[in-house]
Each structure stands twice: as structure tokens, then as C-alpha cells.
Design a protein around this ligand. Structure first.
Ligand SMILES: Cc1cc2nc3c(=O)[nH]c(=O)nc-3n(C[C@H](O)[C@H](O)[C@H](O)COP(=O)(O)O)c2cc1C
Length: 224
């Protein structure tokens, strides 16, 4: 048992798990290099406002500056939404019904579309070019610096005796947890965000995803 605890502690340390909390640190601003992969920075436990302040500041914003997020901000908001906070068992910042984690996270930027690999805490490009408009159904989405799109993978529910309608409901609820984590990160770090329940009909086709297996669950636009 002690061995398992020691291994878990080692795994957390390897991932750069937080050492403490409370103090605020000014964030440096590193430009994101939009390559085939974007290695995100280790999650920080001492940045931003308190959770209480973030809750007071949480609101929907639909006007964003063209300025992209820094690597620190991008890393933080993606991790807050969909990152692993317990490397020992790969559990995430967001809860998931039955612990099944059906949500796949895509990041739409001006330069391309990336999928998020939570274990490696990196973004991998799946499409080049500006596809942001496809990630939503409102004009501001096409220019928002970052649109995080949460797609549910129904295959994780295969073999479970749960009615299809309820599965979709659970997936949507999972996605809402991811989105609210992103909203609170944004509010706590001086960023703007808005939850979005709408996407273009062409979203899955653009991502090359089979609509029999995947569906758009929810999205969040983030910017300054
Ligand atoms: C599930 C859900 C879906 C939403 N979808 C959209 C959307 O597609 N577009 C949008 O502009 N706002 C959307 N919103 C944001 C709401 O319009 C917003 O939360 C509401 O007007 C209250 O404003 P507040 O967030 O500033 O408190 C959505 C919110 C939720 C919870």
C-alpha cells in the first residue's frame, strides 16, 4: 500500500503536479508557436484569483480582442477544462458520469484545429487553416482567438445498459463540467469566455468524425 502511495506521489511529481496554493504570481506571456504539436506548460497551482473571486467575475462575453492567448493562458485553460489532475489514475479536473470520460477536446485557432491529449498535456494539429466558424453558429466565433469544442464519443458507453437518450444527456452534463472549469479559469485569469451550445452542421464532417459515434456536446470561446 505504502509502495502504491509512493508511486502515485512520484507520478504526480513527474507530471509537475502543484506544490502549493494560495499565492498569486504574475504570469509571463510566451507566444504560442502553432506547429504540428503544441507542448502545453505544466499546470500551475498558484496563479489567478481565488476561486471565490473567479465566481464573482464569471460572466459570458462575446466580444474578444484579436490577440491570441499566451502559452501560459492556453495551457491553463485547456488543463482547467480537460486536464489530468490525478496522474495516478488519469482522472481529470472535470468529473465524469460513471468515470467513463466520453468527451474529446478540440481547440480551434486561426491557424488550425488541434486535439488535446490530456496524458501528454499537448495539442496535436488535426487540420490546418482557419475553421473557427465551423465550431459555432454565431459570428463572433469565427474571430474568437480560441474555441474549445467538446465532442462526445458514444463508444465509451457500449455495453452499458443505459438508454441512448440518457447517454446523450450524461455526455452533455460531462461537457458542461469541462466548460464551466474553462469559464472559471478564464474569470480567474482576466480572460473572457462564453459557453456555447451551438455549432455548425459541418463540425463533425470537418473533424472527420462519424456522426453515428460522435456528437457535438458543448463549446466555450475564450479570449481577451
Ligand atoms: C448550456 C449552455 C449553452 C449556451 N449556449 C450559448 C450559445 O450557443 N451562444 C451564446 O452566445 N451563449 C450561450 N450560452 C450562454 C448564455 O446565454 C448565458 O450564460 C446567459 O445569457 C447568462 O449570462 P451570463 O453567462 O453572463 O450569466 C449558453 C449557456 C449554457 C449554460
Amino acid at each position: 500500500m505504502r509502495m502504491i502511495a509512493a508511486m502515485a506521489a512520484l507520478a504526480l511529481a513527474a507530471c509537475g503536479a502543484p506544490a502549493g496554493r494560495g499565492a498569486k504570481t504574475p504570469e509571463p506571456a510566451t507566444k504560442v508557436e502553432m506547429g504540428a504539436e503544441i507542448a502545453l506548460l505544466r499546470p500551475d497551482s498558484v496563479g489567478g484569483t481565488t476561486v471565490d473571486e473567479a465566481l464573482w467575475n464569471r460572466r459570458s462575453s462575446r466580444e474578444f480582442a484579436a490577440e491570441p492567448l499566451s502559452l501560459e493562458e492556453l495551457s491553463g485553460v485547456v488543463w482547467a477544462a480537460a486536464g489530468i489532475n490525478r496522474p495516478a489514475n488519469d482522472h481529470l479536473t472535470a468529473p465524469s458520469a460513471l468515470g467513463l470520460y466520453p468527451i474529446r477536446t478540440y481547440a480551434f485557432f486561426r491557424e488550425g484545429v488541434y486535439s488535446y491529449d490530456a496524458r501528454a498535456h499537448k495539442l496535436t494539429r488535426v487540420l490546418e487553416g482557419d475553421h473557427r466558424a465551423v465550431s459555432g453558429a454565431q459570428p463572433f466565433v469565427a474571430t474568437a482567438p480560441l474555441n474549445l469544442v467538446f465532442v462526445a464519443d458514444l463508444s465509451v458507453y457500449e455495453g452499458k445498459a443505459i438508454p441512448a437518450e440518457h447517454v446523450r444527456f450524461l455526455c452533455g452534463q460531462d461537457a458542461a463540467c469541462y466548460v464551466e472549469n474553462a469559464n472559471l479559469y478564464a474569470a480567474g485569469h482576466g480572460l473572457k469566455s462564453v459557453t456555447r451550445g451551438s455549432a455548425s452542421d459541418r463540425l463533425l464532417e470537418t473533424l472527420g468524425l462519424d456522426p453515428a459515434r460522435y456528437f457535438f456536446a458543448l463549446a466555450v470561446s475564450v479570449g481577451k
